[in-house]
Write a protein that binds this ligand. Structure first.
Ligand SMILES: [Zn+2]
Length: 73
């Protein structure tokens, strides 16, 4: 499972691989109805070009970084 490469040859850590937050159902409700930023359930590593998923992470540091970034914007 390590060092997986997407269809166009990118891997985790490349700028082409996006860290996409995935929210649980209640998170989407908070987000759409109240404009609140819930903590993501997990992060999906997804290629910006071929949309292939290179796996998921529940690393608390990654999750915290995503919610902080959203709030700062
Ligand atoms: Zn790709």
């Amino acid at each position: 499972m390590r060092n997986r490469v997407c269809h166009c040859g990118h891997r985790k850590g490349d700028p082409e691989i996006d860290e996409e937050p995935e929210y649980p159902t209640w998170g989407w409700i908070l987000l759409s109805m109240f404009g609140m930023t819930p903590r993501p359930d997990h992060i999906v590593f997804r290629c910006l070009y071929c949309r292939a998923s290179l796996g998921t992470s529940r690393d608390p540091r990654l999750l915290a970084r995503r919610s902080e970034a959203k709030q700062a914007a």
